[in-house]
Design a protein around this ligand. Structure first.
Ligand code: SF4
Ligand code: SF4
Length: 254
């Protein structure tokens, strides 16, 4: 049926056929119908691709609001033109930031689902296939399993750092539910999304806090952006616990 999407969980070894590129008649269609959330790692990769300070990238290409459920910042790509839905990075020949495109652009046509174990808090992943009626990529391509698609699309670092963000969200909901404003809000935003500002403005304090129990210990190489983001996210989670007096307000949730 026109416009219908099918969402179907797939088994680990199940094979699907998909390919997207200039050869498909709908090439670029989804990049012109944007609803693009950016994770912290997406912001870092895109800013580096464009050789920009993360703060400058955020100002130029994104919109931000407080998440109604988490109280944490939610960052989305700003459309190329106000009132339209076109990605600022789409061109006739394809994606201008392809090597560092966001995780969600890489993940489609899969959706990654996570479940947290109650006993030890560990995360288990599974995948579903999203089949949108307008998408012609299903008519071609080599057979793939979800695992092969993840490797083919370079998604491992995205998944790893997105899981770290899920840990921050989980701690936020458990220890400090509701909106976060003021200095704490600024600190969290920088730690999660504006890592270049965090590096200069807040990292020294994080290094000092790391001597206290509960804060992350492994000081990363300041030149290693991914390690620094990982550390900043662990620090954000520790800070939320600390600000709550280490008293959970609700049960752990995903
Ligand atoms: S970042 Fe690239 S792949 Fe993703 S929506 Fe924009 S143009 Fe398309
Ligand atoms: S609609 Fe599907 S095949 Fe067409 S450009 Fe988007 S992802 Fe590729």
């Amino acid at each position: 049926m026109e416009g219908e999407s099918l969402f179907r969980p797939i088994a680990d070894n199940e094979v699907f056929y998909f390919s997207c590129g200039p050869e498909v008649p709908c090439f670029n269609a989804c990049c012109r119908d944007l609803n693009q959330f950016l994770a912290p790692y997406d912001v870092l990769r895109l800013a580096r691709h464009l050789d920009m300070h993360t703060g400058d990238f955020l100002a130029a290409y994104t919109l931000c609001h407080d998440g109604p459920q988490t109280g944490l910042p939610v960052v989305t790509l700003k459309p190329a033109e106000p009132g339209e839905k076109q990605c600022p990075f789409v061109a006739a020949e394809g994606c201008r930031v392809y090597e560092n495109r966001p995780g969600s652009c890489r993940m489609y046509p899969l959706a990654r689902m996570l479940r947290r174990a109650r006993n030890d808090g560990s995360l288990t992943e599974s995948y579903a296939l999203i089949r949108e009626a307008h998408c012609r990529g299903f008519e071609q391509g080599l057979p793939m399993t979800a695992e092969q698609w993840i490797a083919d699309q370079g998604l491992e670092p995205y998944n790893e750092l997105n899981d770290a963000m899920i840990d921050v969200i989980s701690v936020k909901q458990q220890y400090l539910p509701g909106p976060v404003k003021g200095a704490l809000g600024e600190k969290l935003f920088a730690a999660l999304y504006d890592i270049d500002a965090w590096k200069t403005d807040f990292h020294p304090q994080a290094s000092a806090d790391s001597r206290h129990p509960g804060f992350p210990l492994d000081e990363p190489d300041p030149a290693d952006d991914e390690a620094l983001l990982r550390f900043a996210m662990q620090y954000a989670a520790a800070l939320l616990r600390h600000e709550s007096g280490d008293r959970p307000q609700t049960e752990a949730r995903m």
